[in-house]
Design a protein around this ligand. Structure first.
Ligand code: PXP
Length: 256
């Protein structure tokens, strides 16, 4: 099973100040060094975190595979088509949502319709196309009819469920994985997966890919906190001698 790391939150922190740090392109390199088998970013229409520049640079620099999430809207589809990343995942998008709240509603979709045309456009450009759907057999069949190569099952309900309900959600997910295989689609999963709940999902034998963002970014902030504070503490402690010594008045990490 491949781990794709979603690095949107790195850009969220940057956009909180509209500055140039932290850079998701650098974060992608580190995630790859850490063993990520792919990098996922969501280019939202409102550009609340990932920017066009990020996607362009990631398309050039990611060495594993870039999975670009976009809504089936012309402007972002055209960008995805032009960059032709290894994979594009079509997701539903609502401006007021905090994060993607559910899978695509494919009930009224037919080949040649909004989603079907988007799949065709992206596949023609050379990307593998995945549809983010709820773990339901109908959504799987519909995705296959629309020409998708893969389905990413929304694991939010699994993640939110507790006790027996979580067990039921896991069974639902496992059945959806089987349905995807029967339909000739690669089964992926993501949303709300954490260090605490990932094991049963990662143990599903035929699931090919998981996309995880929030939990890994949250942990990265905590496990990196001590070192970051220590480096600033050190810099402040050394400030008088650094000012006194020309040439040493540089940040310790070589940027700035
Ligand atoms: N997969 C898709 C399609 C998503 O939209 C997201 C969230 O951006 C994720 C996976 C990752 O979810 P989380 O941040 O909860 O791990």
């Amino acid at each position: 099973m491949r781990l794709y790391v979603n690095i949107d939150h790195v850009a969220t922190i940057r956009e909180a100040r509209r500055t140039d740090e932290p850079d998701p392109v650098r974060a992608a390199v580190l995630a790859e060094l850490g063993g990520a088998e792919g990098i996922t970013v969501h280019l939202r229409e409102d550009r609340r975190h990932i920017q066009d520049r990020d996607v362009r640079l990631l398309a050039e620099t990611v060495r594993t595979g870039l999975n670009l999430e976009v809504a089936a809207e012309p402007a972002v589809l055209d960008m995805a088509e032009a960059l032709a990343p290894m994979q594009v995942t079509l997701v539903p998008e609502r401006r007021e949502e905090v994060t993607t709240e559910g899978g695509l509603d494919l009930s009224g979709e037919a080949p040649g319709g909004r989603i079907g045309s988007a799949v065709e456009q992206l596949a023609r450009a050379g990307s593998r196309v995945s549809l983010f759907v709820d773990p339901d057999p109908d959504a799987v069949l519909r995705s296959a009819e629309l020409g998708a190569h893969a389905v990413e099952f929304h694991t939010g309900e699994y993640a939110n469920a507790r006790g027996e309900a979580r067990g039921r959600e896991l069974v639902r997910l496992a059945r959806a994985v089987d349905a995807a295989l029967d339909a000739g689609l690669a089964p992926h999963a993501g949303h709300g997966l954490t260090y605490e709940n990932v094991i049963p999902v990662a143990a599903l034998p035929d699931l090919e890919e998981v996309n995880i963002g929030h939990s890994i970014m949250s942990r990265a902030i905590l496990v990196g906190m001590e070192r970051a504070v220590r480096e600033m503490r050190e810099l402040i402690r050394e400030a008088p001698s650094r000012v006194a010594e020309p040439g040493r008045w540089t940040p310790p990490l070589g940027h700035g």
